[in-house]
Design a protein around this ligand. Structure first.
Ligand SMILES: [Ca+2]
Length: 325
């Protein structure tokens, strides 16, 4: 009698557990799309989403991205640290062949590749501990402001796992479903991840060569100009037009118009060159910078001027440390 009751209870428990996101009102449309557009079977989508779990900590994290809360002075202190500079020098020395090959093949300066991997994951030290399927399902089904975006990424994730022969229930990433050393979301993985060590898989979690090649390919495809400036320093030469500072992310302001905004470049630039005038707050008052084309390219990785500044400054600090005897 007790044995039968126990069996019934465990059957009920396993059925309830297996429901996962399959019982969500928006699930049937997702399943239909995976069948119609990607040739999945209903059973396969149910097997995967049935084991996806809602994580409330993800919903809390998505509501407060660091770039929205911090000044440049505060943001810089998080990323430009001795540990992260030293880590970049070590990562560079340990992976100098892959970095040199990636620089040659993709035309991307190695310091920006190293700095991206440093800012994103401390050189692979923190690649995220959520199951990607939990992160993307939670945001796709239970975060209405961005359900379309994350639903698309969940779709790309299941296709990507099938293409690569990865177990979609095992892969780990950030709370937003970003994966591996360079934190690629699934659509970026499918578009830009490469197998750079030639073992047949683009393994951006475990292969440093694959991660390096993939980040370099991303920058190549977004138009990185090797050796060109990322930002130039500027100074105030009058009352700075604060409302004209930080106008988006693209360099659209001719150098010839800067003086009218109260700025001048610290070194000479052609009058027709287009720049992005930046005013960034620090504890010691505002800093003024002029973003160039490569600054815009870094923002294709993460659409934040603070992020692009941090990547650029870290890259320069690593270069300087590397060149010390
Ligand atoms: Ca590989």
């Amino acid at each position: 009698m007790f044995r039968i009751l126990f069996l019934l209870l465990s059957l009920f428990a396993s059925t309830a557990f297996a429901a996962g996101y399959v019982s969500h009102p928006a699930y049937p449309a997702f399943e239909a799309k995976m069948i119609r557009e990607h040739g999945f079977s209903a059973g396969e989508v149910q097997r995967l989403l049935g084991q996806a779990e809602r994580k409330d900590s993800i919903l809390e994290a998505i509501a407060r991205p660091a770039e929205k809360r911090l000044t440049w002075g505060e943001y810089r202190k998080l990323f430009i640290t001795k540990a992260r500079i030293d880590g970049g020098v070590a990562f560079w020395r340990e992976n100098k062949d892959a970095l040199a090959q990636a620089a040659k093949r993709f035309g991307v300066d190695p310091e920006v590749v190293v700095a991206i991997i440093g800012v994103e994951t401390r050189y692979g030290g923190n690649m995220g501990s959520y199951r990607v399927i939990d992160a993307l399902a939670t945001l796709a089904f239970d975060y209405p402001p961005r359900s379309a975006f994350f639903g698309g990424e969940l779709e790309q994730f299941l296709v990507m796992a099938r293409e690569q022969g990865f177990d979609a229930l095992q892969l780990k990433g950030s709370y937003a479903g970003a994966m591996g050393m360079g934190q690629f979301i699934p659509s970026s993985f499918r578009a830009y991840a490469v197998d750079f060590d030639g073992d047949g898989h683009a393994d951006i979690w475990n292969s440093r060569a694959d991660a390096i090649g993939s980040v370099a390919n991303y920058f190549n495809r977004h138009g990185w100009a090797a050796g060109a400036h990322v930002v130039d320093a500027a100074r105030a030469v009058g009352a700075v037009a604060a409302d004209r500072m930080n106008p988006g992310l693209e360099p659209n302001t001719p150098v010839s118009e800067l003086r009218a905004l109260g700025l001048a470049p610290r070194s000479s630039l052609p009058a027709t060159e287009l720049v992005l005038p930046l005013m960034l707050e620090t504890d010691d008052g505002p800093e003024y910078w002029l973003g160039r084309h490569n600054f815009y390219v870094i923002t294709r990785y993460n659409r934040s001027p603070l992020y692009a500044m941090a990547v650029h400054h870290l890259s320069q600090e690593i270069l300087a440390a590397l060149r010390q005897p």
